[in-house]
Design a protein around this ligand. Sequence first.
Ligand code: ATP
Length: 434
Amino acid sequence: WLKKKQLARFLRERLPKRIHDLLRDFGQVADDLGLNLFVVGGFVRDLLLRQENFDIDLVVEGDGIAFARRCAERFACRFRSHEKFGTAVIIFEDGFKVDVASARMEYYSRPAALPTVEYASIKLDLFRRDFTINTLAIALNRGRYGELLDFFGGQRDLKDKAIRVLHNLSFVEDPTRVFRAVRFEQRLGFRIGRPTEHLLRGAVRQGFVERVGGSRLFRELELILREPDPWPAVERLASFDLLRFVHPQLKLDKTLARVFAEASRVVHWYQLLFLERPCRPWLIYFLCLTSALGREAMAEACRRLNVPPRIARLVTEGREEALAVRQRMRRWRHRKKPPAASEIYRLLHPLERDLVLFVMSLAEDERIKQWISHYFNHLAQVKCELDGDDLRQLGIPPGPVYRAILDDLLNARLDGRVTGRDEELAYVRRRHLS
Ligand code: ATP
């Protein structure tokens, strides 16, 4: 196991200087206040796994908010606190954030209830965490800098590549951990340990997951879908019969596998080419995951998961529009003449980008993919050079007709019938002034 000196050297060698200096500075502030300070959780896990992670989570034995306040004074940065939870965020000028918590013990009044908070020591704080690999902490005070705290076998489980809970009631206490177990397992290429798997299946069988509030379930599902390749985790969820919490009709079958694989290709293609116009892969994957659900079932899923209104609208009404667009494109395949660029643009432009990418993921026909790719590559950003002022100067009386003229002009541009300002002016004169 790692010794203090080894770990201090490891920290120095593995971390960017800025992060390393910051940890030392935090240690000094804690010394000044006479508090014990630790960096904990995912940061330590990933450090030992040699994976990059600069999300610093600090735990203070005592008043974390007072610590954050002192840091804000010392480093001339801001902090925000949540008195109720004893937590704070230190926010540096460039937006870099560090989370601070007060070591606390949580009492669960009933299964799946939200905890109430009291102060306690670091060991109890670590004990309330989800898996052993997330219970490692490193002391940051000067005298103890680099001391690794491993109360629950975290190092062993990192070596064994095992996801293990800390005690038998872990999934009952907080059933969202069943989703977290799957997420960490798939992300790290670990395996959920046998007894842990047994407990997980038991908690699912006994209906504990049903008691979790929709928002928390949705949040965990979103985190899974935010992973770079969520498909293996979705398969694993299905193997634990966890997809039914999204909707009872949801099944894992060949079609879903194909749509997901296609979505992954589409997302990677898009992100490579259009960095400056970001899409939301998790949302595209969510639409794919639920693509077999009908309109009413999807609305039910949104209610059950308490999906935030804007997202809910997108995956219900927006999705219906996307499916209608898909139908139109399928009919285009039977036409003699391929669609004009302006037709492609007019069909796709009203849809949100993520919905267009969803339609692309569903497309079985290469031609539909080509039309959509043509849209992103050549059409989506096309603008006319003329605007309302120009129309006024041409002597056209302002009114709704402006919209119609500019639309018509944009179509002409999209179809390559005009290029450049002079041709646009000539076009408007010819078509709308004679
Ligand atoms: P990521 O790399 O995905 O951010 P993380 O380990 O930092 O992983 P977070 O979801 O940010 O995970 O949570 C931070 C820490 O809080 C975790 O390391 C975990 O120990 C703890 N934690 C989060 N959610 C739970 C939970 N439901 N039950 C117990 N502990 C949790």
